[in-house]
Design a protein around this ligand. Sequence first.
Ligand SMILES: NC(=O)c1ccc[n+]([C@@H]2O[C@H](COP(=O)([O-])OP(=O)(O)OC[C@H]3O[C@@H](n4cnc5c(N)ncnc54)[C@H](O)[C@@H]3O)[C@@H](O)[C@H]2O)c1
Length: 371
Amino acid sequence: MEKLKVAVISCGMIANKAHIPSYKHYSDLCEVVAVCDLNKDAAEQTAKRWDIPHWYTDTEEMLAKERPDLVSVCVPNGLHKQMTMLAFSYGCHVACEKPIALNYNDAREMFDEADRLGKTLLACQVLRYNPEYMFAREMYDTGVLGDVYYSEFSLIRRRGVPKWGAFHKKSASGGGALCDLGVHMIDAGIWVMGSPKVKSVSGMTSSYLARNEKDIVMSLAESGAPAGVFTRQVYKPEEFEVEEFASGCLRFENGGSMNFKTSWAVNLPPEYSMRLAGTKAGILLPEMKLLGTMGRYQADIEPRTFPAEAPFASEPFPGHYQLLENAMAHIQKGEDLLIKPEQTLQITAIIEAFYKSAEEGREVELSEIIK
Ligand SMILES: NC(=O)c1ccc[n+]([C@@H]2O[C@H](COP(=O)([O-])OP(=O)(O)OC[C@H]3O[C@@H](n4cnc5c(N)ncnc54)[C@H](O)[C@@H]3O)[C@@H](O)[C@H]2O)c1
């Protein structure tokens, strides 16, 4: 089978720590032919670091000259649609960072264009690949959980505002903690619940701390760059214009619900948990603990796990390896995608409904968004 020619649009943190190393790992399936970034140094250094033959500062020039088969779109959220559509116009398949779009209509147009051209568009909702979520979904698929009718998650950073790039700017990122962290948990949680359809969304956002605290000490790892960044910027708190804390509730058409909170900055302890309640058992993540019954007794089950077997466990972004392998196997051999277009579309509708709900102070029906 011929190797796929891959190009990466942007040379920031996620390109260097997740996408490029993943493609390099699968050098039998693909070759990274070029990278580009508006920032010349980032493009040049990335090409040198990873031994990539060509680098560019102009995306269109790269696509026209290199004619890649597959493109990773790793620019800030506000540019995802523009870069994806550009890549489609040059006949490429696209793996786009999350959230692929900030509203449903943009995402719909992206998938419609992919369909029209017979190309793949895959959103990098990588949390599903974490071993605990794979385990939870297996427990759902094999009937151990029964029908899952309730879930709740907390992904709380006490002080973890990303201090590189443009995460704190609305024009670049669309939103804050919900777009950065919440979308991963919402996607993975709904998947473990059996991918039910969302009926309505209630959302609340706040920003009291990040705008004022310029001297709070925190590590890059705390703010989501576990292996560091190459392009750290001087961060100006007064430029902070997205939510630092988001909480909300989803109602599903099957009667189930999901409650959540997520933050970059809040005066609460750090927390990473997902809990799901099914008719036969509940499950706590990331512990992978099942809460059920045995005969007359309430029983907690802690399966034996083998962390050494978790694929790419020592990498900062292990899920990207598996997701991009799935993308390539789909393109080359027609393998099913784990992350389905309709599931990604629903996530973008949830994001849009969440911010509408926060702004208007009411529960928003998904039928108001998906017309
Ligand atoms: N899936 C995950 O786990 C995960 C984790 C972190 C970030 N992300 C996503 O990855 C994306 C980028 O995040 P990051 O942390 O790499 O940010 P970053 O700021 O490190 O990188 C963004 C890069 O885009 C470049 N850029 C901006 N406009 C451009 C243009 N028009 N053409 C070419 N390059 C341009 C910037 O110069 C910068 O180098 C975001 O959408 C974010 O949500 C996903």
